[in-house]
Design a protein around this ligand. Structure first.
Ligand SMILES: Cc1cc2nc3c(=O)[nH]c(=O)nc-3n(C[C@H](O)[C@H](O)[C@H](O)COP(=O)(O)OP(=O)(O)OC[C@H]3O[C@@H](n4cnc5c(N)ncnc54)[C@H](O)[C@@H]3O)c2cc1C
Length: 811
């Protein structure tokens, strides 16, 4: 259709005709936006889409991505029928092979996730796997997880089927139409420049795949994605396969994690791919504009050890000749998941980049992006794919380092207590070296290092990756004890701080937040809702004076929240800034925290003079601070925020004043344990846009006699009731705790899932939070939780096991 004239104006212009761009075009058109175009530099599929291996599966580290992968696979029939274009589908089913007990445990956890996602996976024995796929040697395996949705498709066929279906629904695509510039007009729309003319678009979507970085730079956006070289090979015909094909029997697809191989049937031979242990980032400086339908020179040396393992496990491969070796580049993001959505800090600029498994994921990406654009929010929580989960720390160099790590770990297990080593110390605070010297084992979140727990000095600061309780367990118990019985100090630089000022600030916050906006000097807790009543934040709002407010919230969600605030800001009357990098700090928690604080401030911080949920600007430890009387630990406690350049001074003052009070530094693991025995949820885990205020229990903080975003939907739900509720459970386990995403069962049926949990050290119980149907949410309700394939008795505990009335934090 390149002879057709480009329109002068459109609602959406999509850059890139790979599988991702075409899926977005299809979904927008199907849902009713016809005024949408896709612009492709060359022919469709001219990036990584044409040379993909075409294997499809549902397993992903994130349950919602798995769910969307299921959606993608189930969509294929529809686009084939709508377009009349064959997608070359082979729905063979497939299996994931475990060659040792640890991988078996991993698969049991995947099976547990699949239960509540409604995916139909089942364990089969290695012998049964070998019956379904006679080329594998079952002696190498201990178990196999079967997924009927797995199989393979023709990548080019799928891409064209999306594009042609989009056309059937009224949208248009233009090939041989490279976008050479994107220029923003003062009204926020974009002029999208091509050699064939310029289109004015209300929204631009960067779906430029291998050229995502180049397309981003045209708009001033530096994306941390990196194309990686990747090999697969196709064998000559294998006699056993040719024989089976006479009766039309295709082999199922498979993944062997330990051998790091994926395989499937290709004609009468096999296709075998692997993620090599030492990756090769491709064109770090940028993808050449004239790179076309090309492959890269193969280098089998790089995958030789993987092939050896493959030949052992699938012996017929060793005798088969290699017909074709494909080495092609495709783009990875820093954590291996796509980066989609409106870019924080930009207007009308969206991305759908870093999609490394496009044939499993593009349908879900297209669905979510279309819903988000047309309805203001996607129908499920897309946090794991949201571009806002990265900030300015995600530089192009960091992106290359992390994307390479992710490529290499594609089939390498990451344990729940494991932190990944590359790209670390990207952001540190001024007390980083002090914390490490005190024995901190560090983790990172939103690029910033923070202490997970404290060992007895740097030499002791190590932990084995495991699904069981690790050696950190006892150390964390000591930190919890110090907080409950004396005083603990935790760095809180990784909390987000948002500042609002101006004459319209209160009115704005009143509309954006569902809870009460406090009077000067006070703090309140409040949920933030979307128009559909979904949770979009659980925040602490503080009023410094009538025209100045601070919001404290999840550090990881800071750019997501910034995008939300900026989207809703009025033209005048309110200034807003994400101040998270301007405020670091330390929290003091525990019965002796008041005594410690009083030693380093001239203020009267007695219970009468500085009450629970008071806030003020003052001086602590000789530095200017914002002082909040609040604590996520459930104890008497204080959050002390200061500018980063003062944090070391504050830390030294705290340590010095803590002498003789039993002061102990504590980390994030202890904090997560402390909040668990208070039945308090955490953002991104228990509180997230999959759920509403009423489901999560955060409706207790809603102020119903004012107008706020989401009020109508939340009110409706109030009268109609909820489909699930967040509960806290104790679990009768033996040496193992939940991590998150485990199935919650009742009488053999999956009724919900675990949103977070672990060991509640002070009350001495293994605990979990999770969503279950309301009729199972009552205090004392008995359930089961599946951990590594075992079902453990669980009991709902509606009231916090520790300090149920909250007296200690108010004392
Ligand atoms: C060897 C190999 C095997 C793979 N195997 C699988 C597999 O088995 N299963 C699976 O799910 N995935 C697999 N993949 C990954 C899959 O190919 C990618 O996830 C997918 O192709 C990404 O699609 P995309 O649309 O994001 O990008 P691309 O396919 O790169 O498409 C981007 C498009 O944008 C166009 N473009 C770029 N810049 C401009 C511009 N300025 N103006 C206009 N157009 C522009 C390009 O020409 C291109 O057509 C494999 C990849 C490789 C390389």
């Amino acid at each position: 259709m390149s002879e057709k004239k480009l329109p002068g104006h459109v609602k959406v212009a999509i850059i890139g005709g790979g599988v991702v761009g075409c899926s977005i075009l299809f979904h927008l058109a199907k849902f009713g936006w016809k005024d949408v175009v896709l612009l492709e530099r060359d022919e469709l599929t001219s990036g990584s889409s044409w040379h993909a291996a075409g294997q499809i599966h549902t397993i992903s580290s994130d349950p919602n991505i798995s769910r969307l992968q299921g959606y993608t696979i189930n969509l294929y029939k529809e686009i084939e029928e709508t377009s009349g274009h064959s997608i070359g589908s082979h729905p063979t089913g497939g299996f994931y092979l475990a060659s040792n007990d640890v991988w078996h445990d991993y698969l049991k956890r995947e099976r547990s996730k699949a239960r509540y996602m409604g995916l139909d996976q089942e364990f089969i024995s290695p012998e049964e796997a070998a019956r379904r796929h006679p080329l594998i040697d079952p002696k190498h395996y201990v178990a196999a997880l079967w997924d009927p949705l797995d199989g393979d498709i023709d990548p080019s066929g799928v891409t064209y089927a999306y594009a042609k279906s989009a056309r059937v629904h009224g949208a248009e695509y233009f090939t041989h139409t490279p976008v050479t510039e994107t220029r923003q007009r003062p009204d926020g729309t974009w002029d999208v420049v091509t050699p064939k003319g310029t289109i004015n678009a209300e929204i631009v979507v960067n779906a430029a795949g291998l050229w995502a970085r180049e397309a981003g730079r045209m708009a001033g956006l530096n994306l941390p994605v990196q194309p990686m070289e990747h090999h697969y090979l196709i064998t000559e015909d294998i006699p056993q396969i040719a024989e089976r094909m006479q009766s039309g029997e295709r082999l199922p697809a498979g993944i062997d994690y330990e051998a790091n191989i994926y395989f499937r049937q290709e004609r009468n031979g096999m296709l075998l791919g692997t993620y090599e242990p030492r990756s090769t980032p491709w064109k770090v400086g940028g993808t050449p504009m004239d790179f076309g339908h090309e492959l890269l020179p193969p280098d089998l040396e790089r995958v030789a050890d993987r092939l050896e393992l493959a030949f052992e496990r699938i012996p017929a491969l060793a005798d088969a000749g290699i017909k074709t070796v494909v080495n092609g580049p495709f783009t990875f993001g820093p954590d291996g998941n796509p980066m989609i959505g409106p870019v924080p800090g930009m207007t009308n600029y969206w991305t759908a980049v870093g999609v490394m498994a496009g044939f499993c994921q593009a349908g879900g990406v297209g669905l979510c992006l279309a819903e988000w654009m047309m309805e203001g929010e996607p129908s499920i929580d897309v946090w794991a794919m949201d571009i806002a989960r990265f900030g300015d720390y995600a530089t192009p160099d960091w992106g290359t380092v992390k994307s390479s790590e992710n490529y290499e770990r594609r089939f390498v297990m990451t344990f729940p207590n494991e932190t990944l080593p590359r790209g670390r110390r990207q952001k540190t605070t001024s007390i980083y070296d002090r914390l490490v010297a005190r024995g901190a084992v560090m983790g990172d979140s939103f690029g910033l290092e923070h202490a997970l727990w404290f060992a007895n000095g740097p030499d002791d600061a190590h932990e084995e990756p495991t699904f069981q309780r690790s050696r950190a367990h006892d150390y964390v118990a000591e930190e919890v004890r110090a907080v409950r019985e004396a005083v603990g100090a935790i760095e809180i630089a990784n909390f987000a701080n948002h500042e609002f000022s101006g004459p319209g600030a209160r009115e704005f916050l009143d509309r954006v937040l569902a809870g009460r906006v406090p009077k000067p000097g006070r703090l309140t807790l409040t949920p933030m809702l979307t128009p559909k009543g979904k949770l979009y934040g659980d925040l602490t709002v503080g009023c410094l004076d009538e025209e100045r407010f601070m919001l404290f919230g999840s550090g990881a969600a800071q750019e997501m929240h910034r995008r939300w605030f900026e989207r809703h800001l009025p033209e005048t009357g309110v200034s807003y800034a994400n101040r998270s990098d301007d405020y670091h700090g330390i929290a003091l928690s525990g019965p002796d925290s008041r005594e410690l604080l009083s030693r380093i401030t001239r203020d009267d911080v007695s219970a009468e003079a500085f009450k629970f949920r008071d806030m003020r600007e003052t001086f602590v430890g000789n530095v200017p601070v914002i002082l909040n009387r609040i604590s996520f630990s459930g104890e008497l406690g204080y959050e002390i925020y200061c500018a980063p350049q003062y944090q070391l001074r504050l830390f030294e003052a705290v340590e010095e004043a803590g002498e003789g009070l039993g002061l102990k530094l504590y980390g994030n693991r202890a904090l997560m344990s402390l909040r668990l025995e208070k039945n308090w949820g955490a953002w991104t885990l228990d509180y997230r846009p999959d759920f509403t205020a009423a489901q999560s229990g955060l409706d207790a903080f809603v102020l119903w006699d004012k107008d706020f975003i989401g009020k109508e939907a939340a009110g409706r739900e109030r009268s109609e009731g909820v489909s699930s509720r967040l509960v806290t459970m104790t679990i009768d386990t033996d040496g193992i705790d939940v991590v998150g995403d485990e199935a919650v069962m009742k009488d053999g049926d999956c009724v919900g899932y675990v949103s977070s949990g672990g060991y509640a050290h002070y009350v001495g119980k293994s605990m979990a939070m999770g969503y279950v149907p309301p009729e199972l949410a009552a205090d004392g309700s008995t359930l089961e939780v599946e951990i590594n394939g075992e079902f453990y008795p669980a009991q709902v505990t509606a009231h916090p096991l520790y300090d149920g009335n909250g007296e200690r934090m108010r004392s």
